[in-house]
Design a protein around this ligand. Structure first.
Ligand code: ZN
Length: 377
């Protein structure tokens, strides 16, 4: 029998290994495109899709669930946007908590937990971010996606050299083309990111949303952190909220800059009748001064480099060995949302929305955000 040459055997083995690697990576890559489940709680009366407000989104990575929590009692309407930046997990998790726990007693609450759905399918290059993080619930650990600041390049590519904001002509760096919070009010025939922004703007117009709140996080060294940024029309609501929560925690209220375009707190206030606000908590896993970046940092917010930076006054929020946990950051977001709803009659011509029996800031911090989430299934 003729002997098979060694180089043929070697090439065959290497080819087989390469095929196995490709199949394995394809499975991993494919799994990253599948979102983890969100379990609608008793307050959810309808689950709609964002493409209802922009049909060309249907079937794309930009389409995402819109949860409607209708109290059945006439009142105002509030829209909460989580996951505008999927690398800011307290914004996403707070929105998930509303879907799974909140039962409004007056008015209608709309929640979009994954506003930039595509951004949840990848992480940012060179950031060493974890792909997921775990949250302890009563029934075990639930896994959530840690995503990218921007739309996945797989879904929108290439970036132009510079990004020209459509309605203002503002010029930013090309990578901002995929940043949902630079795309408002959006365009029906624009990029995927602009279509998502357009759909959210249309939802606000068509459903007469009185208050829109966009949930974010930022680096602990950033100047606008532990803050509410409000369109000038919503500034009084921001101040009322700030005063309402001040016994529990400090938050500042800042006016939206009039010459910075594409952001929710500017464009949604200018292009619709909604009161547009954005909130920021301090997220060490996003900061430039952080050390090891892993799921533990995302959840605990503990980082020895930030402790050292705080000793040099290099961070803008109080920071010590206890860190800033994701439960504390969610507690801020959720408490401020409940306070905004409570204050709504003072700014909305007698119309009100009430989020019902929501836990206090101190309770969320003590119990952990997982206490208010559905068990893993
Ligand atoms: Zn953000």
């Amino acid at each position: 029998m003729k002997k098979i040459p060694v180089h043929i055997i070697t090439a065959s083995i290497l080819s087989l290994l390469a095929i196995c690697a490709v199949v394995y990576l394809a499975v991993v890559f494919g799994a990253a495109r599948k979102a983890e489940p969100i379990y609608p709680g008793e307050g959810v009366t309808q689950v709609r899709m964002l493409s209802e407000w922009c049909p060309s989104l249907k079937g794309t990575a930009g389409d995402t669930e819109v949860y409607v929590l209708d109290s059945g009692t006439p009142g105002a309407s509030m829209l909460v946007l989580g996951g505008t930046h999927p690398n800011e997990p307290a914004g996403y998790l707070s929105a998930v908590m509303l879907v799974e726990y909140c039962r409004p007693s007056c008015g209608i609450l709309y929640v979009i937990p994954r506003s930039n759905n595509s951004g949840f399918t990848c992480t940012d290059p060179l950031e060493a971010s974890p792909m997921t993080f775990g949250i302890e619930t009563a029934g075990g650990v639930r896994t959530f996606r840690f995503g990218s600041r921007a739309t996945n390049p797989v879904d929108q590519w290439p970036d132009s050299e510079v990004y020209i904001h459509a309605s203002s002509g503002q010029i930013l760096s090309g990578s901002e083309t995929r940043n949902l919070n630079r795309a408002y009010p959006g365009r029906e025939d624009g990029t995927l990111t602009e279509k998502v922004a357009f759909a959210i703007t249309e939802l606000i117009k068509n459903n007469y949303i009185d208050i829109t709140v966009d949930l974010h996080e930022a680096s602990p060294e950033y100047t606008t952190v532990n803050a509410i940024v409000a369109h000038e029309d919503a500034l009084s609501l921001a101040f009322l909220t700030m005063w309402d929560v001040e016994e529990s925690f400090r938050i500042s209220a800042d006016e939206s800059p009039r010459n910075l375009h594409g952001l929710t707190h500017r464009e949604l206030g200018d292009f619709t009748d909604t009161l547009a606000l954005l909130m920021e908590t301090a997220n060490p896993s996003q900061g430039r001064l952080r050390g090891r970046t892993d799921a533990n940092l995302v959840v605990s917010g503990q980082d020895k480099f930030y402790v050292r930076a705080a000793s040099y006054d290099a961070v803008t929020v109080p920071y010590d060995e206890r860190g800033i946990s994701i439960s504390e950051r969610c507690a801020r977001h959720v408490s401020c949302l409940a306070a905004m709803a409570e204050m709504s009659p003072f700014v909305g011509e007698g119309r009100e929305i009430n989020l019902g029996d929501m836990p206090a800031y101190e309770e969320i911090v003590a119990n952990g955000i997982g206490y208010y989430l559905h068990d893993p299934v």
